[in-house]
Ligand binder design. Structure first.
Ligand SMILES: NC(=O)C1=CN([C@@H]2O[C@H](COP(=O)(O)OP(=O)(O)OC[C@H]3O[C@@H](n4cnc5c(N)ncnc54)[C@H](O)[C@@H]3O)[C@@H](O)[C@H]2O)[C@@H](O)CC1
Ligand SMILES: Nc1ncnc2c1ncn2[C@@H]1O[C@H](COP(=O)(O)OP(=O)(O)O)[C@@H](O)[C@H]1O
Ligand SMILES: [K+]
Length: 506
């Protein structure tokens, strides 16, 4: 599934009309009818429905929705929020068709507030992706009224008032219960400050050909069907070498568990062979948790790894470094050494990212792939901006960093964004707040290492890792756990169910 900015959506529209000959009225018909079918599945025939229509094409969709509902004997009326002369073009044509089919259009006036109050279902077709600046009257008051009422609110394309793109912060918008998105989700579906306005959401197709999306956007949402298509399969005559040899370097005296979780998660996700490298006390503490792994004891001073020359980096398909490593000068040297010497893909996480802020020239010079897996705090630190600023434009910032330093960026969060050095972006939809707990990131790094070592493109490998990690948490919360008691080690064990579910669902 593709993700678009408002500009990309308008460009697609233009291309569809000018180059293919799909005209605007037809697209509006497709949009309105597709939305109406979704609406019918959510409401009952006895509901009193009020469609609030604005002046633009979003309002035009509203007239098609109303006509379709009317034709199926629903009790529907349109409240036109703008004067007649503002409804023009395709929207005007669809208004006329609706009226010719017997539809009622009630002009907006103070008395029509009653219409909103009496409705069981409000269909918000006031403003779509064409919003400019702050919402004006009477939209602003209507939005307050809608939000204060108990009726079921369905927004068309986007809750009116919510910006389509990242970047904005202050806005007054409809709080929808359900949003039916037209064509493709906009960036604001995935942002922390706008996502909740959408309520439950779904996307409907309006017949724009896939090649148009491919040509105009490089953002998408990774879905189960993508995982099924790209996940490495195990063949009858496979041996462990076919599924990669991985090295995981991490752990210090205060954080031995981080390494343990990454090692376990990597093996559980399908890695062929995993070597965990840390100090002897750390290894002695964790080896019993995962007897399938091999371990390499490195020298340490005061509980922190201190000697990079002991590590042989040559015989691995991928290396992960940083989980629970510590923020000492000696551990920075270790990270620097791996960045400079590793001739396979590397994944840098945790304290490795802390050190990376002083190793940016070195990462830039790598000729083999590099992956970073920051949470927003780590990403903001690397970019030298505040977390608040980063979260206003996560797509933009992740892309800036990925393309500037030629790295894969896995910017973690409710909707983790994976960005390739070319700027292609994949959003992961799985996961829940049960993952907001120490150790979840270490598990993700282990899964990511296992994926990166096996035969898939790196963007696919990292998207699959995020999907599996989140899906494990989702299945666990649906079946045996709650978001409160879920532990990172549960997420490792839950990988079993993820694979069983994926393989049994065809
Ligand atoms: N391919 C597509 O993307 C298609 C999109 N369609 C619909 O078209 C919509 C976009 O249509 P438009 O470009 O006409 O834009 P909109 O309908 O989103 O909004 C434009 C209207 O809102 C008013 N407006 C803008 N900012 C405002 C503010 N701050 N306060 C009050 N009023 C404001 C403008 O004066 C204008 O009348 C989409 O959201 C979608 O619903 C469909 O018609 C089918 C095809
Ligand atoms: N509310 C949430 N919804 C979905 N996923 C979440 C949520 N909170 C955290 N996660 C996921 O959990 C992981 C947390 O990683 P991180 O913050 O690095 O944890 P730690 O370093 O403590 O192990 C990330 O993969 C992130 O996407
Ligand atoms: K809307």
């Amino acid at each position: 599934m593709f993700i678009v900015t408002a500009k990309e959506m308008y460009d697609m529209d233009r291309l569809a009309m000018q180059e293919i000959g799909l005209d605007g009225k037809l697209l509006m018909e497709n949009a309105g009818r597709a939305v109406a079918w979704k609406v019918m599945r959510k409401i009952s025939q006895t509901d009193k429905i009020c469609v609030l229509a604005g002046a633009g094409n979003n309002g035009g969709d509203g007239f098609v929705i109303a006509r379709t509902l009317l034709d199926h004997n629903y009790h529907v009326e349109v409240l036109q929020v703008v004067p007649n002369d503002k409804v023009t073009g395709d929207a005007y044509d669809h208004k006329r068709i609706y009226e010719k089919c017997g539809g009622q259009v009630v002009p907006y006036e103070t008395g029509s507030i009653q219409m909103v109050k009496e409705a069981d279902v409000l269909i918000d077709a006031m403003i779509g992706i064409g919003i400019k600046g702050e919402v004006r009257e009477p939209f602003a008051s209507l939005i307050s009224l809608i939000n204060a009422e108990q009726s079921y609110v369905i927004s068309v394309d986007i809750p009116s008032g919510v910006p389509a793109d990242e970047g904005g912060e202050s806005f007054h918008a409809v709080q929808a219960d359900y949003t039916i998105i037209i064509g493709a989700p906009k960036q604001s579906v995935f942002l922390p400050y706008t996502a909740s306005y959408y309520g439950e959401w779904e996307v409907v197709s309006i017949g724009l050909p896939t090649f148009i999306f491919k040509r105009l956007t490089s953002k998408g949402m990774w879905q189960l069907e993508d995982v099924k298509k790209t996940l490495p399969k195990r063949q009858l005559f496979d041996h462990k070498g076919n599924h990669g040899r991985g090295l995981i370097i991490g752990g210090c005296k205060e954080m031995p568990g981080a390494l343990s979780m990454s090692v376990q998660a990597a093996l559980k996700s399908g890695a062929g062979l995993i070597m965990g490298a840390s100090s002897l006390p750390v290894i002695q503490m964790i080896a019993g948790n995962c007897v399938e792994a091999t371990y390499s004891a490195l020298s340490a001073t005061d509980g922190y790894l201190d000697n990079h020359s002991e590590i042989n980096l040559d015989s691995y398909d991928a290396i992960a470094i940083g989980m629970g490593l510590g923020r000492k000068e000696c551990t920075k040297d270790l990270v620097k050494y791996v960045i400079e010497k590793a001739t396979c893909p590397i994944i840098i996480d945790g304290d490795g990212l802390y050190h990376l802020s002083q190793l940016l020239p070195q990462i830039n010079e790598r000729t083999h792939p590099s992956v970073i897996t920051p949470h927003p705090g780590e990403m903001a630190m690397l970019l030298g901006v505040s977390v608040r600023e980063l979260l206003k434009q996560p797509f933009q910032y992740a892309k800036e960093f990925a393309t500037a330093y030629r790295v894969y960026v896995v910017l973690k969060g409710r909707y983790t964004i994976v960005t390739s050095p070319e700027g292609v972006q994949m959003v992961n939809p799985t996961g829940n707040p049960g993952l907001a707990k120490g150790g979840s990131g270490d598990v993700l790094t282990g899964i990511a290492l296992a994926m990166v070592m096996q035969k898939q493109s790196l963007l696919q490998a990292l998207s699959n890792a995020c999907y599996i990690h989140g899906m494990s948490a989702d299945l666990l919360v649906q079946h045996q756990h709650s978001e409160h008691d879920l532990l990172a080690t549960d997420v490792i064990n839950g990988i079993t169910d993820v694979y069983r579910t994926i393989s049994s669902s065809g």
